[in-house]
Structure formats: structure tokens, C-alpha cells
Design a protein around this ligand. Structure first.
Ligand SMILES: Cc1cc2nc3c(=O)[nH]c(=O)nc-3n(C[C@H](O)[C@H](O)[C@H](O)COP(=O)(O)OP(=O)(O)OC[C@H]3O[C@@H](n4cnc5c(N)ncnc54)[C@H](O)[C@@H]3O)c2cc1C
Length: 321
């Protein structure tokens, strides 16, 4: 029996979320006295797969079938169920793909499923895990009663931990053929931001208080200076000021950067649901009663359009040393 991490294949690359999953599976396997195995679906170079050994993965099962690039949740669930025949726990990322594949996989395996787990189980027998509930406002405790278990891991909740081991990469035939792929992706529009929002350590975000899309120039400038990603509240993307890929919150992306800047954002509960996992929140709002100040670690009561240029100058000065 083993613990399996399903590693997201991002166009042949493993990103931070993949290494976090590998680290988590390794720690969980160690607690359970099991082996940590990774499964990768779709084309990926051998040296990329071997990077997983740095995070404690001793075996990588790789089905290189190019059809997996379609991200068809049904096919991925079928393939993972084959790989997980001998596994006790399968861990996936709590991203769009993980949220689509995990429940399907759980049905196939007859496994108990807990989504958005925040760390290692409190106990293995019984199998007790903590999970995010009410968009981050509370933590739930869940017990899985079945022999097989499927988990999705909330972003940035465990971290990336090195534990180098010898790794073997094995070709794996998941048994998926063309008829298992029922989707045909016709077109993909790429997000153009320089730093990927879900991976960013720093995020600079704006709300309706920024008044118009033209006023995003300083937000972008500050993000560029800090090596940060840009984000926004939902009305901002609904009004077409910013792309929907930048909208964070209950109905948008859930992020957990080290530093989150909120310029002209009220801090509605639906917004905070997507950002309250941030380690430090800095808010600028002209209304001292704005709810964002209750969530913020640092707050400035003022006009964001005036504070932003001053902020940018201060960062430039700091960078000059
Ligand atoms: C089911 C549901 C799901 C939702 N999901 C999301 C979600 O995922 N993400 C999300 O963000 N929202 C979501 N919402 C909407 C949410 O309830 C709020 O309406 C939204 O977050 C408000 O966005 P905002 O703070 O940018 O705008 P507003 O509520 O208009 O607030 C603007 C803020 O800017 C301040 N301000 C104005 N001018 C300035 C200035 N010059 N300088 C500084 N501050 C200024 C104001 O004081 C105010 O606090 C959802 C709502 C529902 C019902």
C-alpha cells in the first residue's frame, strides 16, 4: 500500500503546487509507514519527472499519452484509479483539475473524499483531517471511514519541503484509449500576466475604489517592481476592467500569498474567502469603517489613487538601497 500524489502537468513542467503535493505525500507516507509515489499523466521529460525525488518521491508512474493534455477529468480519474489500485491515500491539488478529478476518482475507488485539506491528518487511525469550510471562515474536522482515501490539498497549506531520495521513473499504462477522452479542447486562451496568480508570493489587487480600468497602470507598476501578480475583486472583472482570470474570492481564485495588497477593496466576505489565507494583508481604503481593515494586518485610510504613486516611489527608493 502507498500514498499517491497526482502531480499537475503544466505543459510538461512541474510547478510549486506539484512539489508541495510531493512534499505532503512524502510526510503522510512517513507517518503511515508507506511509500510515497507520484503519478504524472501526459508528456513530460524524464529530467523534469526526476525532480520529484528531491521531495521524497521514490517512484514516479508516468503515462505519457498526449491525449491527457486535453485535461479530461473523466479520463484522468480512470487512469488514476488504475494507478491507485494498491494505494491507501491519493492526494490531488485543490485546483480546478483536482476538484474535477478527485470526486470521480473517489467514486471509482469506493473511497471517502475530503476536499481542501489544510495539513497532515491529526491522527491516522482513525483518519482525521482538517479542511477549509465556509470559504476559509472556519476549519472543519472530518473522519474518513473507508480503507481508501482521496484528499485535495489546499494551496500553500503545507509548503514545499526538500527530502532527497533515489527516484525511479516507470512507464505506466493507465489503460486509457481515445474513446475515454470525451472532450476536445478547441482553443486555449493564455493568461498573459508575468507572474501566475496562484503561484505568486506577492499579489497587488484592486477593487471598484480604483474607479476605472485606466487607473490600473500604477497597480501594474507596483506589481512589476515587487515581482508580484495582479488581482481584482469580482465587480472589477464583471465590469470588464480586468480579465476574469484575476478575480479572487469565493467565486474566483483562492490564493494564499505571503503578502496581499488590497487597494480600494471593501473586504466583503465573498472577497475575503479567497484571500484570507494570505500571511500579511495590507489595505488602502478611504473609508475607515471598511471591513477590509478587520482582516488587514496593516491599513492606510486614504485615497488609493494618491497612496499608490507614493508607495511606488518608496519601493523604488528602497530598491536603490
Ligand atoms: C454569491 C456571491 C459571490 C461573490 N463572489 C465574489 C468573489 O469571489 N470575489 C469578490 O471580490 N466579490 C465577490 N462577490 C461580491 C462581493 O459581495 C462584493 O460586492 C465585492 O467584493 C465588492 O467589490 P469591491 O470591494 O471592489 O467594490 P465596492 O463594494 O464598491 O467597494 C469599493 C471600496 O473602495 C473604497 N474606495 C472608493 N474609492 C476609493 C479610493 N479613491 N481610494 C481608496 N478606497 C476607495 C470604498 O470605501 C469601498 O470600500 C460575490 C457576491 C455574491 C453575492
Amino acid at each position: 500500500m502507498s500514498v499517491i500524489a497526482y502531480i499537475p502537468n503544466q505543459e510538461g513542467i512541474i510547478k510549486k503546487a506539484g512539489f508541495e503535493l510531493a512534499s505532503y505525500a512524502t510526510a503522510l507516507a512517513e507517518n503511515m509507514g508507506k511509500e510515497a509515489i507520484a503519478v504524472v499523466l501526459g508528456p513530460m521529460a524524464g529530467d523534469e519527472l526526476e525532480k520529484l525525488g528531491k521531495y521524497g518521491i521514490s517512484k514516479v508512474m508516468h503515462d505519457a499519452n498526449p491525449l491527457f493534455a486535453q485535461l479530461d477529468n473523466r479520463a484522468s480519474a480512470k487512469a488514476l484509479a488504475t494507478a491507485a489500485a494498491q494505494a491507501e491515500v491519493v492526494v490531488l491539488a485543490h485546483n480546478n483539475e483536482g476538484k474535477g478529478v478527485a470526486p470521480r476518482l473517489a467514486v471509482r475507488l469506493g473511497a471517502g473524499y475530503v476536499s481542501a485539506v489544510t495539513g497532515l491528518p491529526q491522527s491516522i487511525t482513525p483518519f482525521l483531517v482538517n479542511k477549509v469550510v465556509f470559504t476559509g471562515k472556519a476549519i472543519g474536522h472530518a473522519e474518513i471511514l473507508t480503507a481508501k482515501k482521496v484528499l485535495t490539498l489546499a494551496y500553500n497549506s503545507f509548503g514545499v519541503h526538500e527530502k532527497p531520495v533515489d527516484v525511479s521513473v516507470e512507464a505506466f499504462d493507465s489503460g486509457c484509449s481515445a474513446s475515454d477522452f470525451v472532450l476536445n479542447v478547441q482553443q486555449t486562451q493564455k493568461v498573459t500576466g508575468k507572474v501566475l496568480l496562484s503561484e505568486a508570493e506577492i499579489v497587488v489587487s484592486g477593487g471598484r475604489g480604483m474607479k476605472s480600468p485606466e487607473n490600473w497602470k500604477p497597480i501594474e507598476e507596483l506589481a512589476e517592481l515587487l515581482g508580484a501578480a495582479t488581482a481584482c475583486s469580482r465587480p472589477v472583472s464583471d465590469e470588464g476592467w480586468r480579465p476574469h482570470s484575476e478575480h479572487v474570492g469565493q467565486t474566483g481564485k483562492i490564493i494564499a500569498p505571503n503578502l496581499y495588497f488590497a487597494f480600494g477593496i471593501s473586504g466583503a466576505i465573498q472577497h475575503l474567502g479567497g484571500v484570507s489565507g494570505s500571511k500579511v494583508i495590507v489595505a488602502v481604503n478611504k473609508d475607515p469603517e471598511a471591513p477590509i481593515f478587520e482582516a488587514a494586518d496593516y491599513g492606510i485610510v486614504g485615497d488609493a489613487l494618491k497612496v499608490l504613486p507614493e508607495f511606488i516611489e518608496a519601493v523604488k527608493e528602497l530598491k536603490k538601497g
